[in-house]
Each structure stands twice: as structure tokens, then as C-alpha cells.
Design a protein around this ligand. Structure first.
Ligand code: 4FV
Length: 248
């Protein structure tokens, strides 16, 4: 997969893309990530990339011309690339979006600053708009990094031994089950016996029930879209019936 990022601060992508899983994946050639400075496509001695908003108001707006030149230049070498604008007005990024985007050959992320982009960028050059959440960032760069991380780990070969994406939170639409490792006893807290039993069917059943319980408690709205078996439904009904003490 090829990823290009258009930003006024390409330095923000250096270390995150050098470290750990992403760093190794890029070094191994599983994906390429290039950050380009939009200012390189701005004209004039001062390479201006932003200007005052028509109609007045605070802040500055990113000019269309440098961004358009940047997008068109990158697309010359990658016509199939999907152009993604990071904006609080975009659809909220979800795991399903990460799975869909991870199947694309190439992505171009447009990172805004100040009040954002001139509207004509959105209407003439953008294929999709994403938000990572209902809060305001200083720029689209952190949002692009979040999306790149969530997408890259789904690219074949990236995760390697670090575990599989199959057992992810949200992979089956539910929150993940609790994890335990050594020591078996820590500050008086013991690892649940079933996990020490070696009985894989019982362990799988316990984990599934933990997922259902935790999702019901913390994100009940997810249950409506999760793929639930009859056994799952029965277990949820028992929880419904007796919101009493924990059941193994
Ligand atoms: C954002 C978000 C976000 C808005 C103005 C950058 C900022 C500034 N992007 N999800 N939330 N962007 O807050 O994606 O230009």
C-alpha cells in the first residue's frame, strides 16, 4: 500500500513512522508513507498557503491553489489514490472504515491547519472526509496518524508475530475480553481459574461471555450491530434477568 500525506508540517510524521510496528513495516516494504509539504506548491517569495476568510471572522483559511497543485502532482504518479480529507465535519472513522481502506492500493491524506481548507478543495479534489472524533485538533496531522496506524496494521505482513487483527476489539463488533499474563497472583488478585485450566472450549466460552458483558456495560449500542449467536443472546438475557453477581 502507498500512503501520501499532504501537510504544512511533514516533520510531525518522522518519528511515528520510524518506530515500532509501522517503522518495521515500512522498512520491510509492506507499505510506503511519504509526507509532502504543501508549501512546496505555494507561489511567490513567501509561499503563502493561507489567507483571511471571505465574509470576515477569526483565523485563516488554507488557499485552494497550493493544495490542488500538491494533490494533482502526487496523483500523477498514483492516479488510483483515494484522497481523504481530515475534518471534524467528516464521517467518524471506525474499524470497518480501516478494514475498507486497508484494501485500497493508495491513499492521500489531506491535513488541514487554521480554520481548515477553502471549501472548493472539498468539492473538487476530495473522495472522502473523515473525523477521528468530536473534538478540535490544532491540525489534521494527528488524525491522519491515527488513521494510518489503524489501517497499516491491517495490511498483510505488517502485524507479523505481534498478534493478529482477527482478535481485535470491534473485529466481531464487540469489545475485547480482559487479558492476563504472569504472575498468576498479583497484589492479592488471582488470574481467573478457567484461564489456567487448559480447557480451550471453556476458555473461549468465558472470553466470549466477558466480551458480551463488557460490551453490554460499556457500549450497549454496539450489541445492535454485532453478529450474535443464539447462545450469545441467551447469555445476554440471563444478564438482563439478573443483573446480579458475576457468572463464569
Ligand atoms: C479533526 C478531527 C480536527 C480542525 C481545524 C484541524 C482540525 C484544524 N480532523 N478529526 N477531529 N481538525 O479537529 O479530523 O484545521
Amino acid at each position: 500500500m502507498r500512503i501520501d500525506v499532504l501537510t504544512l508540517f511533514p516533520g510531525l510524521f518522522e518519528s511515528p513512522l520510524r518506530e515500532s510496528i509501522l517503522g518495521r513495516a515500512i522498512a520491510a516494504g509492506h507499505l510506503s508513507v511519504q509526507a509532502h509539504n504543501i508549501r512546496d506548491w505555494a507561489e511567490g517569495r513567501h509561499q503563502v498557503t493561507d489567507d483571511a476568510p471571505y465574509g470576515g471572522g477569526d483565523g485563516m483559511v488554507m488557499k485552494p491553489e497550493p493544495v490542488a497543485r500538491a494533490v494533482r502532482t502526487v496523483k500523477q504518479s498514483c492516479p488510483e489514490a483515494m484522497v481523504i480529507m481530515l475534518t471534524p465535519q467528516g464521517r467518524t472513522f471506525r474499524q470497518a472504515d480501516a478494514e475498507m481502506l486497508a484494501r485500497r492500493p493508495a491513499l492521500i491524506f489531506l491535513c488541514g491547519r487554521y480554520e481548515g481548507f477553502d471549501e472548493r478543495i472539498r468539492t473538487s479534489l476530495v473522495d472522502a472526509e473523515y473525523s477521528i472524533g468530536d473534538y478540535v485538533l490544532t491540525g489534521g496531522e494527528p488524525a491522519a496518524l491515527v488513521m494510518i496506524d489503524a489501517i497499516a496494521r491491517l495490511v498483510p505482513g505488517v502485524l507479523g508475530s505481534e498478534g493478529s487483527a482477527q482478535s481485535d476489539s470491534f473485529a466481531d463488533g464487540l469489545l475485547e475480553y480482559p487479558h492476563y499474563t504472569r504472575p498468576v497472583e498479583w497484589e492479592g488478585q488471582r488470574v481467573p481459574e478457567v484461564l489456567l485450566s487448559g480447557n480451550h472450549a471453556a476458555i473461549a466460552r468465558w472470553r466470549r461471555r466477558q466480551q458480551l458483558r463488557r460490551t453490554r456495560e460499556r457500549r450497549p449500542e454496539l450489541l445492535a450491530t454485532a453478529a450474535l449467536s443464539d447462545e450469545d443472546q441467551e447469555f445476554l438475557q440471563t444478564l438482563e434477568r439478573n443483573d446480579g453477581p458475576e457468572q463464569g
